[in-house]
Design a protein. Sequence first.
Length: 261
Amino acid sequence: MDSAITAVCAVGGLLIGDGLEVVVQRNGDRAPFDRPWWRCPSCAAAATGLGLVPLARSWSRARGCPACGQPVAQAWRPLALAVVTAAVLGGFGWRLGAQPVLAAFAVFGTGLVAVSAVDLEHYRIPNRILYPTLFSTAALLVVASAVDDRWGSLARAAIAGAIAFAGFFVVHLIVPHGMGFGDVRLAGLIGMGTGWLGLGHAFVAFMAAFLLGAAIGIVVMKVTGGGRKTKVPFGPFLAAGAVIAVLWGGPLVTTFLHRPS
């Protein structure tokens, strides 16, 4: 059963991730969500042929727009989003199995992938992705808590979300140019999601995020030569920390905090 759940989540992640390109591109460009969904960013011509086929559209985009001949920006991003989303949702399916809370974490993981993709390109956390993810995840956590009578988990999720939001908000007030308010809101979402699994999981999520951010940030600064002025988006590191906490938070809590997860 767990293998089947993992496979279904992974396949679903492939299809959902491919479709996330529309969400990522429109939010990144601050464009309206009007039809046609798949179109050339330059001339707005509707996609045709392979451009409409999930998991194959990246090959069509790489050849450029058939109408205007312009290269399509981020041509391979739909395929990259599909692979990453499949890995995240498949991992969550493997970790959680056929539990009611899996639906909440599927929304949670998908939202993190989309937010990270926008932040990587535009250095901002889009509210049009963050808020729907936050409210949908919260609602599904309430449903899962009611079905499995896990109100304690829901309380821990609320506590972790509030603490994460407050902690990042203080950092934002002290260093507003180093910590954007979008990261503050994202921290609240991640605290809530990982906190449902346990306060130790939330701790692991943020510790992993800061360690990854510091390590990769140093490498980027050295490679680019920009020093401390180098802009490095923190959202993807927060998302990666959350995924690590969901998948391996239990063993990490036991190992490093010397307490059962």
